[in-house]
Design a protein around this ligand. Structure first.
Ligand SMILES: Nc1ncnc2c1ncn2[C@@H]1O[C@H](COP(=O)(O)OP(=O)(O)OP(=O)(O)O)[C@@H](O)[C@H]1O
Ligand SMILES: [Mg+2]
Length: 375
C-alpha cells in the first residue's frame, strides 16, 4: 500500500515529528490556557491538532473539533457546531435533554438510522437563528465538562468567523471565553494575516486572548528519514542527495513532499534506486494533472497580480523594496500591496517573515515554463 498520503489528515504512521509542538499544545490546554496557532496552508496544522486531541482524550478531556471552513451563515454554524458537540456524546437522549434545558429556542430531534442507531439533529426550519442561540450553544459546551476537567474546543480555520459579522460573533465568543471557567480553546487557521489581525490588534475582541504559537517547516533530516524508511517498504532506495532534491522542489511543504513521494511510489518498481530523472518525471506528471487548473488560476488574475506572480517565480524577498519593484517592473506600492493582499487572501501566495512565496510549488514550476512560452 502506498505509505504516502496527502489531502487528508496525517495520522498514525503517516505522521512524523512535531513532538515539541504537540507537547506544548497538550500542556498549555491542560493547564487551563488558550492558544492561537498560525501557519501557512498545508503545513500540517490540522494533523498536529488531531494528534494533540488524541493525547488529551487519553487524559480524560472532552475535545470538540470544529472546522469553520464550511460555515457560511449563523444558521450553518449552529447546525454544524451542534453536530460536532453531538459527535462526542455516548448518550444522545441525555444530550438532547441537556440541550433543551440550555438552548431554549431550538428543538433537538433524535431520529433512528437504517441500522437502528440514534442520530441527533435540530429543528430550525421555522426559526430565525440569533445571537442568543449561539450564546446558549457555548453555554452548552461548558456543561459538557466532566470530572472537573475543562472541555477543550479546537476551532480550525478560525479566521472564517469574519463571515459571522452579522451577529458580532467575535465579540460574543470573546465575552463567553472571559466568563467560562470550564472551557479552553485552540484557535488556528491558515490565513495567518487575518488571524494575526484578530489577535494582535488592540481594537479587536480577541486581542491578547491566547498564547501564540506557530508551526514551521518539518526538519529536513526527519523528512529524509521518513521518506527513506517508507520507500524501503517496497525496497526502493532513496539516497540523501535525491531526498534533498525532493524537499527542494516541494519547497519543504509537508503536503507537497507527500504528494511527490506518492507519485514516485506509484511510478517506481521494487528494488529501484530513485534518480533525479525519476523525480523530474513525477514532478512533470503532477503538473500535467493540474495544468488546466493552473492555467485558469493564472489567466484569471489581474495584470498586477500576474506581474507579482511572475516576480515571485524568481525571488520573494523584500517585495516592497524599491529595488525589487524596479527589477521586476512592478506597479506602484499601493497597487502592489493590493495585489499582494488579494493573492494572500485567495491562498495563492503567502509569506513567512519577510519572504513571500507561491504556496503551491507545482504552480510555481508550471508558471516558470508557461511564462517562458508566453513572454
Ligand atoms: N507531521 C506530519 N507528518 C507527515 N505528513 C504531514 C505532517 N503534517 C502534514 N503532513 C502532510 O501535509 C498534508 C496536509 O496536512 P494538514 O491537512 O494537517 O495541513 P493543514 O496545515 O491543516 O492544511 P490546510 O491549510 O489545507 O488546512 C497531510 O495530508 C500530509 O500529507
Ligand atoms: Mg487544515
Amino acid at each position: 500500500m502506498n505509505p504516502f498520503t496527502y489531502g487528508t489528515v496525517a495520522t498514525g504512521e503517516s505522521f512524523y515529528d512535531r513532538d515539541k509542538e504537540c507537547d506544548y499544545i497538550v500542556k498549555t490546554l491542560a493547564g487551563g490556557n488558550n492558544i492561537v496557532m498560525y501557519a501557512p496552508r498545508r503545513f500540517g496544522k490540522t494533523s498536529l491538532v488531531i494528534k494533540a486531541i488524541q493525547k488529551l482524550e487519553k487524559q480524560g478531556f472532552t475535545c470538540i473539533y470544529f472546522d469553520f471552513m464550511p460555515v457560511f451563515s449563523t444558521e450553518s454554524f449552529v447546525r454544524l457546531y451542534t453536530k460536532s458537540l453531538a459527535k462526542q456524546q455516548s448518550n444522545l437522549q441525555k444530550f438532547a435533554s441537556t440541550f433543551s434545558t440550555i438552548v431554549k429556542n431550538i428543538r433537538p430531534v433524535i431520529k433512528f438510522g437504517l441500522d437502528g442507531s440514534p442520530e441527533f439533529s435540530i429543528d430550525i426550519a421555522s426559526k430565525e437563528i440569533d445571537e442568543t442561540d449561539v450564546s446558549q450553544l457555548f453555554d452548552l459546551t461548558e456543561s459538557l465538562s466532566r470530572s472537573n476537567k475543562p472541555v477543550l474546543v479546537f476551532l480550525d480555520e478560525f479566521q472564517e468567523v469574519e463571515k459571522l459579522k452579522e451577529i458580532n460573533f467575535e465579540g460574543l465568543l470573546r465575552s463567553k471565553i472571559q466568563h467560562q471557567q470550564q472551557v479552553n480553546y485552540l484557535f488556528f487557521g491558515s490565513k495567518t494575516h487575518m488571524m494575526q489581525a484578530m489577535f494582535n490588534d488592540k481594537k479587536r475582541p480577541f486581542y491578547n486572548a491566547a498564547s501564540q504559537m506557530t508551526i514551521s517547516y518539518l526538519p529536513e533530516e526527519d523528512t529524509i528519514e521518513f521518506l527513506q524508511n517508507n520507500f524501503l517498504k517496497k525496497r526502493i532506495e532513496l539516497n540523501t542527495e535525491i531526498a534533498n532534491y525532493i524537499i527542494k522542489v516541494t519547497a519543504n511543504i509537508p503536503y507537497y513532499i507527500q504528494q511527490l513521494a506518492s507519485e514516485i511510489w506509484l511510478n517506481t518498481k521494487e528494488k529501484v534506486i530513485i534518480s533525479i530523472e525519476i523525480v523530474d518525471m513525477c514532478v512533470e506528471q503532477v503538473i500535467i494533472m493540474k495544468k488546466d487548473y493552473f492555467m485558469e488560476l493564472f489567466e484569471n488574475q489581474s495584470a498586477s497580480k500576474k506581474q507579482l506572480l511572475i516576480a515571485l517565480c524568481t525571488n520573494g524577498e523584500n517585495i516592497f523594496s524599491e529595488s525589487y519593484r524596479s527589477t521586476h517592473r512592478l506597479p506602484s506600492t499601493a497597487t502592489l500591496q493590493r495585489a499582494e493582499r488579494g493573492l494572500i487572501y485567495d491562498g495563492v501566495i503567502d509569506k513567512i517573515d519577510n519572504k513571500h512565496f507561491i504556496t503551491d510549488p507545482f504552480f510555481k514550476l508550471f508558471l516558470n515554463s508557461y511564462i517562458n512560452e508566453q513572454f
